[in-house]
Each structure stands twice: as C-alpha cells, then as structure tokens.
Design a protein around this ligand. Structure first.
Ligand SMILES: Cc1cc2nc3c(=O)[nH]c(=O)nc-3n(C[C@H](O)[C@H](O)[C@H](O)COP(=O)(O)O)c2cc1C
Length: 187
C-alpha cells in the first residue's frame, strides 16, 4: 500500500485548502492511503509512516513558516539520518503573486533534502498557463481551476513516484501512462 502524508501549516486556512486538494490528487492512484495532517495534530510517527510527503506552508517573508521549521527542528530532529529515501514535494500559499511563493517552496524542499528526502518538481502543465516546477503555488486560497488543478497534480505525481520507486509499480510511471493514452503509433 502506498502511504502518502500531506502535512501543512495554515494560519488563515488557505494552505489547508491546498492540502485537501493535494490529498485528493494522491487518492487518484489506486492502492494509496492518504493522511491529511495539520501541524497541530501531526506527530513524527506520521512522517515515519509515509512513503511520500507533500509539505505545505504559508509563505512567510519568502520562507516556510516558523511553526513548520520548529516541527522539523524539534519533533523530527531525533529521526535525522533514519528516514532517508522517502519522496517529498512542496506547496505554498502567499498573499499575492510575486510574493515569494516559489522561494517558500524551495525552503520547504531544503528542509526535506536535509532529512534525506528525494524531492521533485513537476514539469507538466496542470492547465495551459499553469505549471508547478517548484511545487504547487497560489495567491491566497486556491480559488481558480488552474491552482486547484496544480494542487491535485502535485498529489497525484507524488503518489505516482512513490508507487514507481518505492513499490516497483512501473505501470504508474507518468511517461508510460501518457504513452498508453496516446496509443500505438504516436510520436
Ligand atoms: C508573518 C507573515 C509573513 C508573510 N509573508 C508573506 C510574504 O513574504 N509574501 C507574501 O506574498 N505573503 C506573505 N504573507 C501572507 C500569507 O502568505 C498569506 O496570507 C497566505 O495565504 C496565508 O496562508 P494561510 O491561510 O494558510 O495561513 C505573510 C503573512 C504573515 C502572517
């Protein structure tokens, strides 16, 4: 069974809305169990349980929130060097476009790299003008179809990668599924 954790901080509910969409995307992949946890309810055991982690925080001064940093500084520190090899990705909500949302995603990925996570961005377009190279981003709540699609695609891709790389389910590789959708003879 694929184990996906969507772990988030959210002060006014915007990142929490993204988190629910990310979890919906992960659930698209068969044989996937998803846990959705705010920092207030999460424990280190949730991180130990997961194969893949989508980590979300509001953009705070272009960075992850202090509360998210504290979780990794305090709750997770004793597990450092014991949880390498899980797969990770990031998402963030900011006050406005250009407010440092992708920088905040990078700071979340930096934390994950320090714990030995294999982190990724998504090269596909979620919609015609929306991609998520550093993770899913939005200004305030994810109210547009584009940002909602980006959140769902992030969760889906996380569950695809854990299925492929941690459970040997080659049929879940996104490139293979794309080729199958295009059918024989497609370039
Ligand atoms: C301390 C603090 C710092 C913030 N820094 C930024 C920032 O650097 N850039 C930005 O666009 N918005 C910034 N914001 C706004 C939040 O990122 C934004 O309101 C976000 O949608 C909140 O997400 P939440 O509802 O999940 O808490 C900041 C908010 C706070 C409280």
């Amino acid at each position: 069974m694929n184990h996906i954790l969507v772990l988030f901080d959210s002060h006014t509910g915007n990142t929490a809305k993204m988190a629910r969409l990310v979890a919906e995307g992960a659930a698209r992949i068969p044989d996937t169990e998803t846990r959705l946890r705010s920092l207030d309810e999460a424990t280190a055991a949730d991180v130990l349980w997961c194969d893949g982690l989508a980590l979300g925080s509001p953009t705070n001064m272009g960075l992850l929130s202090w509360k998210m940093k504290r979780f990794w500084d305090e709750a997770m520190l004793e597990h450092w060097m014991k949880i390498d090899g899980k797969i990770g990705c990031a998402f963030s909500s900011s006050g406005g476009w250009g407010g440092g949302t992708e920088l905040a995603c990078q700071s979340l990925l930096t934390v994950l790299v320090n714990f030995g996570f294999l982190v990724f961005g998504v090269t596909d377009y979620a919609t015609s003008l929306t991609t998520l190279h550093y993770g899913a981003v939005t200004a305030r709540e994810p109210r547009s179809e584009d940002t909602q699609a980006a959140c769902r695609l992030l969760g889906q891709r996380l569950a695809e990668w854990t299925a492929v790389f941690l459970h040997g389910r080659a049929e879940q590789h996104p490139a293979r599924k794309l080729a199958e959708r295009r059918g024989p003879g497609a370039a």
